[in-house]
Write a protein that binds this ligand. Structure first.
Ligand SMILES: Nc1nc2c(c(=O)[nH]1)N[C@@H](CN(C=O)c1ccc(C(=O)N[C@@H](CCC(=O)O)C(=O)O)cc1)CN2
Ligand SMILES: [Mg+2]
Length: 295
C-alpha cells in the first residue's frame, strides 16, 4: 500500500482563503483591519525567508503587516521596549518574535513580555496555561496546523492512539494539549524514551517533532497509520548543490506502510504561516470583543 499524501499546499491555501474571507467581513461589518507585527533580530537566512513569507501572506489576506528588523547585537532593553510599544499599539493585534533569537538575548523574557491577547505564537505562559486548562487560548501555529492536517484524514481523533515525539514548547507540548482537547489518547516520547520503535508501532497517529533527519523509520510505522512530519532538517546538497530539506521521518520507507503521510517540504511547514494568519484574526476578534471567528 502506498500512503495518501497529505498536501500542505492545498490545505494551507484553503485555510488562507477562509482567513481572507473573515478579514473582509471584519473590515466591512466592523471597520477592523487585523494587524500583525513581526520582529526579526539579526540575519539568520532561514528566519529571513520565513519572515518574508509571513509579510507576503499577511498582506495577501488583506491584513496590515508591520515588520521590525533589529541588529543581532541589539541590547535586550531595546527589544523589550519595542515589545512594550507594540503591546500598546491599537493597530497591532498580533505580535511575533521570530525564533531563534541571536545568542545573548533572553527569549523567555521577550515571550513573557508580549501581551497574551496579542501573542499569536501562543508561547506566552498565560496562553500555554490556558491551553492546558482547556480555556480559550492562542495556540502555537505548527501544532495547530498539524491537527488541521490530521483532521483532513480523520474527521474525529477521539480515542485514537497518538504518539508525539518531541517535547518542545513550540511544538511537542502544545500538540499534546491540542490532541487531548480532541479526546485522543496521547503518549509523549523524547530523547530518553525506551524502545521508541515499539511505542511507535502502536500509534494510529504519529507526530514527529524531534529535529533529527529521517529518524523515524518505515518499520516503526503501524500499517495504515497517519504520519505527520513536523521536522525541517536542512542538509547540504551533494557536490555544492542546493540544500535539501528532510523531515524527521524516512519518507520513502514510511509512505509504503502508512495510510496517510505529510511530505517535507510541502507539508506542515506551509501550515505554520497559514495558522499564524488564523491566530491574528482570532486575536483581533477577541481584542474587539467579537465572537470567535469561523477560521
Ligand atoms: N516565532 C516563531 N519562530 C519559529 C517558528 C514559529 O512558529 N514561531 N517556527 C519555525 C519557523 N517557521 C516559522 O516561523 C516556519 C518554518 C517552515 C515554514 C515552511 O513554509 N516550510 C516549507 C519549506 C520552506 C523552505 O524551503 O525553507 C515546507 O515545509 O514546505 C514556514 C515557517 C521556527 N521559528
Ligand atoms: Mg513552527
Amino acid at each position: 500500500m502506498t500512503a495518501r499524501i497529505i498536501d500542505g499546499k492545498t490545505i494551507s491555501a484553503e485555510v488562507r482563503a477562509r482567513v481572507a474571507a473573515e478579514v473582509t467581513r471584519l473590515k466591512t461589518d466592523h471597520g477592523i483591519t487585523p494587524g500583525l507585527a513581526v520582529v526579526l533580530v539579526g540575519n539568520d537566512p532561514a528566519s529571513e525567508v520565513y519572515v518574508r513569507s509571513k509579510h507576503k501572506q499577511t498582506q495577501e489576506a488583506g491584513m496590515a503587516s508591520f515588520e521590525h528588523r533589529l541588529p543581532a547585537d541589539v541590547p535586550q532593553a531595546e527589544l523589550m521596549a519595542l515589545i512594550a510599544k507594540l503591546n500598546a499599539d491599537p493597530a497591532v493585534h498580533g505580535i511575533l518574535v521570530q525564533l531563534p533569537l541571536p545568542k545573548g538575548l533572553d527569549s523567555n523574557a521577550v515571550i513573557d513580555a508580549i501581551d497574551p491577547a496579542k501573542d499569536v505564537d501562543g508561547l506566552n505562559p498565560t496562553n500555554a496555561g490556558r491551553l492546558a486548562s482547556g480555556l480559550f487560548a492562542l495556540t502555537p501555529c505548527t501544532p495547530l496546523g498539524s491537527i488541521i492536517m490530521a483532521k483532513t484524514v480523520h474527521a474525529s481523533l477521539e480515542g485514537m492512539n497518538a504518539l508525539v515525539i518531541g517535547r518542545s514548547n513550540l511544538v511537542g507540548k502544545p500538540l499534546v494539549q491540542l490532541l487531548l482537547n480532541e479526546n485522543a489518547t496521547v503518549t509523549i516520547a523524547h530523547s530518553r524514551t525506551r524502545d521508541l520503535p515499539a511505542l511507535c508501532r502502536q500509534a494510529d497517529l504519529v507526530f514527529a517533532a524531534v529535529g533529527k533527519a529521517e529518524m523515524v523509520k518505515g518499520d516503526w510505522i503501524k500499517p495504515g497509520a497517519t504520519v505527520i512530519d513536523v521536522g525541517i532538517n536542512r542538509t547540504p546538497g551533494k557536490d555544492g548543490g542546493k540544500d535539501k530539506l528532510l523531515g524527521d521521518v524516512a519518507f520513502a520507507e514510511a509512505k509504503e506502510v502508512a495510510g496517510a503521510i505529510t511530505p517535507v517540504p510541502g507539508g506542515v511547514g506551509l501550515m505554520t504561516v497559514a495558522c499564524l494568519l488564523v491566530n491574528t484574526v482570532r486575536a483581533a476578534c477577541a481584542i474587539h470583543g467579537l465572537p470567535k471567528p469561523a477560521v
